[in-house]
Ligand binder design. Structure first.
Ligand code: SF4
Length: 573
């Protein structure tokens, strides 16, 4: 008998709360927090858990969660009810969407329809709840959903939410201010973007915005300066959640490395970390509910106290999982701690096979470092290894693709030799993703590689890996990567296409019907002075710095990791 699909409300009954939260109460300002995907993904998302906790910590607010129900194909979302008390979306004063992945934009039309909320902000009246968008997508490029938003939180939740909720709460008590007047007042708050006050225009020069003097010209990205001032961990444990067998704890934000393709590496600058005491205290809370702590960070091994932290958790009788592992930080002690904590598989990301390509993307890794890490992991008893690669990168040549095959062969040879000696070889997985030029990275000016060539490179790698023993080959679909590029680089013109796309319509056809130059938009390299839709946001990283980094990529010049306190990219000025 297939596993019965439990509704979020039934799942709610199996949840364990580290903290006691409010129950439904008319007097409080009511916020519906939506994760535009399923319960499993949403509850495994630290950002979502943290926002829920931050709102419910307030005496004057109440936050309840919404997830998309698990649907069989072709089945529509009929209704959406809150997990905590089965209330529909329209019973809330504010609808807050937490968006972490571009492909979740396709769920937005169904959410608005099921909630009986007009999809576009211009269609809403004063009787409709306000709609707020947040999450990392909101400060990478909010324009694809800007037409649906009354408000957008540009940056991390902690420094934005309290002032925003104060403003909304005060209005709620007064109940007199017109929607437009309220939104104009909120548009003055740091990190609060009210798209209705900004009109885009599309010209040869790119996308620019006209706005009145009454609102800031750009919206400055906000970030939490002192991570110790606000906890971020699994506040609600659920076995049905992704990573539900562990308690997640956020160790740091941002990364010093500056890999030129990585949006998270630039939109979370400056790099910040929590103190060891703070993390051990949060781990103690987590160990009350799970005996495994999941340490979350862009580059966990870069955490200055990583070994004392791991030893501290193990001394408390806990096991550890790590979200990422940088190759050049792997040493025998780190591997021993991993195996001691029950790890038998690790993922590492060389990203490129040739030194030339690794320098172009500023990975800062040598082949020697990669192979010595593979040796250490194999000798340390880590059975299974996953290697991540990107293809279609700027300035890439076919020799760079052949270099991926050569590197995988060397890794496999090391594992084969060591495995035979130990009597078990384990699996080697090669995971390949088409490169997508992301906003606010040095590669934002680059074009995406054409579909034909991406597929040709993918086939070449697949056939080569099929001849390497114990090696599995995975490649992200080129069609889905093109869709993701369309959604992550899009402007407001694409929001009207989402309903048809959500029904599975063909992207090219939709774009040609709408007169949207898809191929040109995705594959054309941009001029230095061409302005982008996402530049309505001031990310803090100077445009000139990103451009210089793009030029340095072309010259295969490396840029060293950032040292807190320098001023080179502009964020810390
Ligand atoms: S100014 Fe320097 S330290 Fe600050 S984020 Fe930029 S590169 Fe890093």
């Amino acid at each position: 008998m297939a596993n019965k699909v439990l509704s979020p409300n039934q799942l709610h009954r199996n949840e364990e709360f580290g903290t006691c939260y409010h129950s439904w109460n008319e007097g409080r300002y009511r916020i519906a927090l939506i994760y535009p995907n399923g319960y499993q993904q949403g509850m495994g998302n630290l950002g979502f858990q943290t926002v829920y906790h931050l709102i419910n910590e307030r005496e004057d607010c109440l936050c309840e969660r919404f997830f998309l129900p698990e649907l069989s194909s072709g089945q529509g979302v009929k209704s959406l009810l809150s997990v905590e008390s089965d209330h529909p979306l329209r019973d809330f004063d504010l609808i807050a969407l937490s968006i972490s992945f571009e492909n979740d934009y396709l769920h937005l039309p169904a959410i608005f329809a099921a909630g009986n909320i007009p999809m576009f902000a211009r269609q809403r009246s004063d009787d409709d709840p306000l709609v707020l968008f947040g999450g990392v997508c909101a400060f990478i490029n909010p324009e694809p959903f800007a037409e649906m938003a009354d408000l957008i939180a540009v940056g991390e939740a902690e420094p934005i939410l309290s002032l925003l909720l104060d403003g909304l709460r005060n209005d709620h008590q007064q109940a007199s201010v017109q929607r437009n007047e309220l939104l104009l007042a909120l548009a003055q708050l740091p990190g609060v973007y009210v798209p209705r006050f900004y009109q885009p225009s599309y010209t040869e020069a790119g996308i620019t915005y006209q706005c009145s003097e009454a609102v800031p010209k750009n919206i400055k990205r906000q970030y939490l300066h002192d991570l110790d001032s606000s906890a971020s961990r699994t506040f609600i444990q659920s076995n049905a959640a992704e990573f539900g067998h562990m308690s997640l704890v956020e160790v740091s934000r941002g990364c010093t490395r500056g890999c030129r393709f990585c949006a998270a590496g630039f939109v979370y600058l400056p790099p910040r970390e929590r103190s060891l005491d703070n993390l051990l205290q949060q781990s103690d809370e987590g160990l009350c509910q799970r005996n495994r702590i999941g340490l979350v960070a862009a580059a966990i091994a870069d955490y200055s106290q990583v070994v004392p932290l791991q030893k501290g958790i193990i001394a408390r009788g806990g096991d550890i999982s790590v979200s990422s592992l940088r190759l050049d930080a792997i040493d025998a002690e780190a591997v021993a701690l991993l195996t001691q904590a029950g790890h038998n598989s690790v993922a590492i990301a060389p990203e490129a096979g040739s030194q030339r390509m690794r320098d172009i993307i500023n990975k800062g890794l040598s082949e020697e470092q990669i192979l010595s890490a593979v040796h250490m992991l194999a000798d340390g008893g880590i059975r299974h290894l996953k290697l991540y690669f990107l293809i279609g990168l700027p300035f890439e040549e076919m020799a760079d693709i052949e270099a991926i095959v050569a590197l995988v062969q060397k890794v496999s040879a090391i594992r084969q030799a060591g495995g035979k000696a130990r009597g078990h070889i384990g699996n080697l997985t090669v995971s390949v993703n088409p490169f997508i030029p992301k906003p606010f990275t040095p590669f934002q000016w680059a074009g995406m590689e054409g579909e034909k060539l991406l597929k040709k490179k993918g086939r070449l790698l697949q056939s080569a890996c099929s001849r390497i023993p114990n090696t599995r080959y995975l490649m992200e679909s080129v069609r889905l990567s093109i869709l993701q590029a369309f959604l992550s680089r899009g402007d407001r013109r694409i929001s009207v296409m989402l309903p048809e796309l959500a029904k599975g319509a063909n992207l090219r056809q939709i774009c040609s019907t709408a007169g949207f130059p898809l191929i040109d938009e995705l594959t054309r390299e941009r001029r230095q002075d061409e302005s982008f839709a996402w530049e309505i946001i001031d990310s803090g990283v100077q445009r000139g710095y990103l451009w210089r980094e793009y030029q340095r990529a072309a010259q295969q010049h490396l840029t060293p990791p950032c040292v807190p306190g320098c001023c080179r990219c502009g964020v810390c000025n």
